[in-house]
Design a protein around this ligand. Structure first.
Ligand SMILES: [Zn+2]
Length: 287
């Protein structure tokens, strides 16, 4: 049995898990550490209907809140985390990263949030599950198996220009003394270069923030004057620039837009869609 996803190549970046209930994708790179519970949701296995069908994980898009709560419960049960332990970002395409503490447990899922403009989170508290939302933008997962610290960020084109991935690991290093040579970093399911057309003004920002020698790898111009932009490659370059070792990286080969029947895609459905979530928790008792 499989999800029927279209992978861009045959490299083994993901395992498909939970196929008999609420399925999710998991990175073998992170799972091998034995210290985290993590996953990335799909549209499958939930109770939402219509454009939200079926595992919508957003309370803010007009779906029935009871259905969303049930969806969180289901994906949590599948991955091995409880709703009471989840902490949800409040994403506005910033590069703000919040240090998540014990008192934040449950915020955004079972309790009100008391923060805004949070696109990245880090924590060293076992059991707390960081949660970020997606529908084409790029999820970034970070695990330091030595210091037992995790980070999770939302990197759309603005976050990528602002290098939120680098900021996240720098904050892990600053607060917890993480050694960049120890950190594992993964780019999750999001829009691929073939599906991501952008205009000149976006490319101008990438030219300003990435060295010219990388431009060929990052984007190309088309006959219509628009560009195709590779956010996967950009985040991989940001990982390298931050000091993450190549053997400590995993970069998605699953595109949300190429798989819009199985994953929500903003470029495919506009606002008539639900949200996917990334989940990452330090396993209880792992510290
Ligand atoms: Zn694609």
């Amino acid at each position: 049995m499989s999800l029927g996803l279209r992978y861009k190549d045959d490299s083994h970046i993901f395992d498909e898990k939970g196929l008999d209930g609420t399925p999710y994708l998991q990175f073998p790179l992170l799972e091998r550490t034995g210290i985290v519970d993590h996953g990335f949701s799909t549209r499958l296995g939930g109770v939402s209907r219509g454009d939200f069908a079926s595992l919508n994980l957003s309370f803010d898009r007009g779906d029935d809140p009871e259905a969303v709560r049930e969806n969180f419960r289901r994906i949590g049960a599948s991955i091995g985390v409880k709703c009471e332990d989840m902490v949800l970002s409040q994403q506005t395409h910033t590069t703000n990263i919040r240090l998540i503490k014990e008192e934040d447990r449950g915020k955004g899922v079972v309790r009100e949030r008391d923060y805004t403009d949070v696109d990245g989170m880090i924590t060293d508290v076992p059991g707390i599950c960081l949660v970020t939302s997606f529908a084409d933008c790029v999820p970034l997962y970070f695990v330091d198996p030595v210091k037992k610290v995790i980070g999770l960020s939302h990197s759309g084109w603005r976050g990528t220009v602002g290098k939120i991935g680098k900021k996240t690991v720098e904050m892990m290093s600053e607060h917890f003394g993480c050694d960049l040579g120890d950190i594992l970093a993964a780019v999750g399911p999001s829009v691929c270069v073939d599906c991501y057309e952008v205009s000149e003004d976006v490319i101008e920002k990438f030219r300003e923030n990435f060295e010219e020698k990388f431009w060929k790898e990052l984007f190309y111009r088309k006959e219509n004057g628009k560009y195709q932009l590779d956010l996967w490659k950009a985040n991989e370059l940001i990982f390298r620039e931050a000091g993450i070792l190549p053997e400590h990286m995993a970069v998605t080969n699953v595109c949300t837009h190429c798989n819009s029947e199985i994953l929500y895609s903003h470029r495919a459905a506009g606002n008539r869609r639900g949200n996917l979530c990334a989940f990452l928790a330090l396993r209880q008792g792992g510290k």
